[in-house]
Design a protein around this ligand. Structure first.
Ligand SMILES: Nc1ncnc2c1ncn2[C@@H]1O[C@H](COP(=O)(O)OP(=O)(O)OP(=O)(O)O)[C@@H](O)[C@H]1O
Ligand SMILES: [Mg+2]
Length: 276
């Protein structure tokens, strides 16, 4: 399974969520997280890791004869403290965009090839998605898209304008809301896209996922990590079942995904939760 995680506005916590989902993903096989943000990666600096292997070495290998090898992706990963396998994006936007252009030029990308293998989950941080982004082909080829947003007026107004384009890239977009603001139901009804879950604002938990706290602070112990585990469980249950059970699915636990098939993706909610 290939999951694209991205934002439509601002920096709501895409990299943090992608990393947290990877760390808390259910199932036997731990996922591979790929930093494919065209604006450049953050994990290399945050965790003080060497710049290779990573997205750039992956692109170089994909250009060569290894392009069709489904194991190519794993050959270019490094490990974060705690054991999460990541393909690190280069810090520079120019390098990142060049690598992404190679990786998405025709045929299946190494991310898609890896994710086509049974039991393999690849979570791709696609950064801010806009129509010119070289990560759009990855979003298009993904099995699902998680749109990260803060549920505030200013951010949701932009999201509402861009969400139609996002729906053209993915038939399975879902929101993950970060921090306080409008309720899950208000957002899903106003924007017209289901909400997969919420992540609380948690500075200490985010610091762990940014490499700013010692290895004994595990993501599993933080509020952010626990919320990410719920989102991961919902995503796992929802998308693994989706092919056989249709769009209205019961999620793991007792929650039901807030689905909004009747509402057009027109506008952000107003402060009282109605659509202007
Ligand atoms: N749930 C959260 N609670 C508190 N702080 C958070 C949370 N999520 C992310 N942060 C912090 O916000 C900052 C930006 O997070 P992150 O890098 O994940 O955002 P992003 O959307 O990937 O940004 P960019 O567009 O720069 O790639 C980081 O300092 C991170 O620690
Ligand atoms: Mg990021």
């Amino acid at each position: 399974m290939l999951i694209a995680v991205c934002s439509l506005k601002g920096s709501p916590g895409v990299t943090t969520l992608a990393t947290a989902l990877g760390a808390r993903w259910p199932g036997q096989e731990s996922p591979i997280v790929v930093e494919a943000d065209p604006a450049g990666g953050d994990l290399m600096v945050r965790f003080r890791l060497p710049d290779t292997p990573g997205l750039v070495s992956l692109a170089a290998a994909a250009r060569g004869r290894g392009g069709s090898d489904p194991n190519l992706l794993t050959q270019h990963t490094q490990f974060l403290p705690g054991g999460l396998q990541v393909v690190l994006g280069p810090v520079g936007a120019e390098q990142a965009r060049a690598a992404l252009s190679v990786l998405t030029a025709g045929g299946l990308s190494p991310m898609r090839r890896a994710a086509n293998q049974p039991g393999v989950t690849v979570i791709v941080d696609c950064g801010r998605a806009d129509p010119d982004s070289p990560a759009v082909p990855i979003i298009r080829s993904a099995d699902a898209m998680l749109l990260v947003a803060r549920p505030h007026d200013d951010e949701l107004a932009h999201v509402a304008l861009k969400v139609q384009a996002a729906q053209r890239w993915s038939s399975r977009p879902c929101f993950v809301l970060v921090g306080d603001g409008y309720s899950t139901t208000e957002v899903s009804q106003a924007i017209g896209i289901p909400v997969m879950g919420r992540i609380p604002r948690d500075d200490k938990g985010a610091a762990v996922l940014c490499g700013h706290r010692s290895a004994r602070h595990r993501p599993a112990k933080s509020a952010l990590g626990r919320a990410a585990a719920k989102v991961a469980m919902n995503a796992f249950a929802h998308w693994h079942a989706a092919d056989t059970r249709g769009p209205h699915l019961r999620l793991a636990g007792t929650e039901t995904l807030v689905s909004t098939e009747a509402s057009p993706p027109t506008a952000a909610p107003t402060r009282n939760g109605t659509t202007p």
